[in-house]
Write a protein that binds this ligand. Structure first.
Ligand code: CTP
Length: 397
């Protein structure tokens, strides 16, 4: 699987860098071509000579060679690679990657790389468990970085816990699996709309009606479609997520805004995946000034919003249309009803009763239902669910 693959091995300043030598040997032994990028501090932990000898390539640390001014192009390096593996990855480097800091060659190469990226964190247990580190890891995951989880064991500090870099053999297997799953650009030339996130229905200048949708499922679908070569326009309600690489994002607020953004683009598209949690009702009128409280109770009159999916279903022709349903009761019958009513090719049913499914988390439990069959998928990450959805889109195409 690794034969002939181009791998950049990034090494940062951690005591676990001594394992990078073994890792490099294993990668080269498996037939990969390896180029090593080190941070300046990493050189204190393992010598460039060791890594250059094992990788059979000069190692890269600086933006240019001070002797002759030769430029080490992170752009070229990023494009050369089939996979960028950073092992060990320190808390510092993970934080910089999560925020886009580009103050060394290892980081500029990360920002330039179009290939899959994997990191093998290595640090003390408290650093690893710290909310800041976990937040950075979650953000990197959202950005499509594969995290090769550290193992529990004795750490350099003498403490015992989670934070020890995964063993080189396990890292090689993770990289091989990552490259195996890299899909061919099967959707090249296709254009999809994806709706995602929650809509915001204004009540007055400071208040609104919305819902708990995080947008994660829709963003994962957009990312997966893009990774298979499709052009994706993401019509996004409110989320806290970063735009996936290569995706065109159109921000909207209300259900009406989302409706307008979708209908003008749908004719040009080959399909749409309707992941957004769109408000079914919106205030009849938006107060121009902030509503002041009174003595008694109050009620807000609501009117129905337009159903975007149903409208696209009417216009769909040969296009593919995928919908979502979130049900708490009679799920099969309700989902089938939506499938027919909105003219979906298939519908993704979330059951809120199942643990690990639904709004805010990183995992989901769904069933894919079309006119012919129902396929129940086990608990998996939203990114994995997105793969199944896009596989089914490919079948339908
Ligand atoms: N949808 C849409 N526009 C709306 C409402 C929903 O595009 N105004 C889409 C959603 O993105 C989703 C599907 O339609 O793909 C969900 O249908 P909906 O009827 O809203 O289902 P539920 O939210 O499950 O609500 P209900 O149980 O009230 O029917």
């Amino acid at each position: 699987m690794l034969k002939g693959k181009h791998i950049i091995l990034g090494i940062t300043g951690s005591i676990a860098a001594y394992k990078s030598a073994v890792l490099c040997r294993l990668l080269v032994g498996a037939g990969a071509e390896v180029k090593v990028v080190m941070t300046p501090l990493a050189k204190q932990f393992i010598t460039p000579l060791t890594m250059a000898t094992l990788s059979k390539n000069p190692i890269l640390v600086d933006f240019f060679n001070p002797e002759n001014g030769e430029w080490n192009s992170h752009v070229k390096l990023g494009l050369w690679a089939d996979c960028y593996l950073i092992a060990p990855a320190t808390a510092n480097t993970l934080a910089k990657m999560a925020t886009g800091v580009a103050d060394n060659l290892l980081l500029t190469t990360y920002l330039s790389a179009r290939c899959p990226v994997a990191v093998a964190p290595a640090m003390d247990l408290d650093m690893y468990a710290h909310r800041a580190t976990q937040r950075n890891l979650a953000r990197l995951r959202e950005n499509g970085v594969n995290i090769i989880a550290p193992a529990a064991g004795e750490l350099a500090s003498g403490l015992v816990g989670n934070g020890r870099m995964a063993e080189p053999q396990d890292i090689v297997e993770a990289v091989a699996a990552l490259l195996a799953e890299k899909k061919k650009p099967t959707l090249e030339g296709k254009h999809f709309l994806v709706t995602a996130g929650a809509t915001i229905e204004a009540i007055d200048p400071v208040r609104y009606i919305s819902n708990h949708s995080s947008g994660k499922m829709g963003y994962a679908v957009a990312e997966e479609l893009t990774s298979r070569g499709a052009r994706v326009t993401l019509i996004s309600g409110r989320t806290a997520l970063d735009t996936p690489k290569g995706v065109e994002r159109v921000d909207v607020l209300s259900a009406e805004d989302m409706y307008q953004a979708c209908v003008v683009r749908f004719d040009e598209a080959d399909g749409a995946v309707m992941c957004a949690a769109v408000a079914d009702y919106t205030p009849q009128s938006v107060a121009q000034e902030k509503i002041k409280k009174g003595e008694g109770d109050m009620a807000i009159a609501l009117k129905r919003t337009r159903d975007i999916a149903a409208e696209l279903g009417q216009r769909k022709g040969q296009r593919i249309l995928v919908g979502f349903a979130m049900e708490t009761q009679n799920e099969q019958a309700n989902a089938e009803d939506k499938l027919r009513r909105k003219n979906f090719d298939f519908i993704v049913l979330n059951s809120l009763r199942v643990e690990g499914a639904g709004f805010r988390g990183d995992t989901n439990v769904v069933s894919l239902i079309d006119a012919a069959e129902r396929k129940d998928l086990p608990l998996m990450s939203k990114r994995e669910v997105a793969k199944h959805i896009v596989d089914k889109i490919e079948e339908k195409l």
